[in-house]
Each structure stands twice: as C-alpha cells, then as structure tokens.
Design a protein around this ligand. Sequence first.
Ligand code: TMP
Length: 209
Amino acid sequence: MKGKFITFEGIDGSGKSTQLRLLASYLVERGKDVLTTREPGGTPLGRRLREAFLETEETVSPLAELLLFAADRAQHVEFLIKPAVAEGRVVISDRYADATAAYQGAGRGFKRETVARIIQLATGGLKPDLTLFFDIPVELAIARTGSRNNSEAGANRMDGESAEFYARVRDEYLAIARSDPRRFKVIDGAGSIEDIHSKVTEIVSRRFR
Ligand code: TMP
C-alpha cells in the first residue's frame, strides 16, 4: 500500500474526524507513512482562507464560497496532496471535492455541471483512491453541531444550517455513493466509535491488501 489518497466525508457532526485520527494511528502502527490533512485549511494559505470565509460571521456570497473552497483545494492538491502521494505516502484528507458537490451543489443549489467544472479546474482531475462517507441521520447531526456551537470548539459558519440543507447534502452524498460505488463507501456513523473503526480498517485493508 503506497502512494494512496483517501478522503473522509460526512455531514457535520458525523464523527469522521475522530475516525480519521484512529485510522491514521492504525496505519502508522503498521509502518505506513501517513499524512493527515483537511479541507479547507490543509496548507498555510488554506488556513488563512478557512479563517477568512468559514470561521467568520460575515455574510459570504454562495459564489464566493464555492470559489474559495476551490482555491483552497487547488493549493492543497498542488503543494501537499500530489507531492505526498508521489513520494509514496498515504494521504488521508478530512473532506475533499465530494464536499463541494454535496454542500455547494445540493446544499446551496449550484448546478451539478457548474460544480463539476470548478472541481475539475481546481483538482486537475485528481480523484481519491477511496472515500469513506460516515452516514448519520440529519437530526443527530443537528444535535451534535448544536452542542459544538455552544462549546465553540470547532464551530464554523456552516453549523447553523437548517435540517433541510443537511438533508439535501446527505442525499447528494448518497447519490455519489450510488454512482461511484467502488470508490465511495458508506459507513453507518451512528454506532460506537470502536465498531465504526473496525469497519473502517476492514474496508481499507480489503481495498489496499
Ligand atoms: P469541518 O472542517 O468541520 O468539516 O468544516 C468544514 C465545513 O465546510 C463543513 O461544514 C463542510 C463545509 N465544506 C463545504 O461546504 N464545501 C467544501 O468543499 C468543503 C471542503 C467543506
């Protein structure tokens, strides 16, 4: 297993970031050279963008948002993901292009073709080898992000979206799973952390045996 690109997706509060840390430790313990990263914010420029357009209370236009996620991704692909995969590292990113299809496409209402063109431009066509989608009911997502908002830790501008918004986002992720079942795996995110972790390692081991 060398030079792989794995992405984690889920609606907010799905537990994907916890699972990402667990998978990274699991692979490191087995001698893999792992690089964990995230979108937005995987590069120094991306971190500044994230703060400017995501961790802000300023109203951000949907088009600006779409283009800023793409700008973050272009920098991330060119200076972090591609070089690390070329060196034979296992790159695991907390979100990538599917998030734009789901959030800006289905969530904000941009046309599929528009979003696909912008993703193609930003990534140069780089696709993950494997994507794990942690699926939880929308009500659970709202309950979890609500308590995150109150505690401030990890809160961002998207946490205040409606149940309808999250339902559209979730449905789009599930549509991607149906259209690209080999790459995009759905994992029930409502179980215990340990059970979900076992499922993750099983899928990753099977795919990259
Ligand atoms: P997170 O780092 O907590 O997952 O937060 C990132 C937020 O940004 C989350 O609400 C999903 C959203 N997002 C998009 O709307 N489009 C994107 O392309 C990406 C990468 C994230």
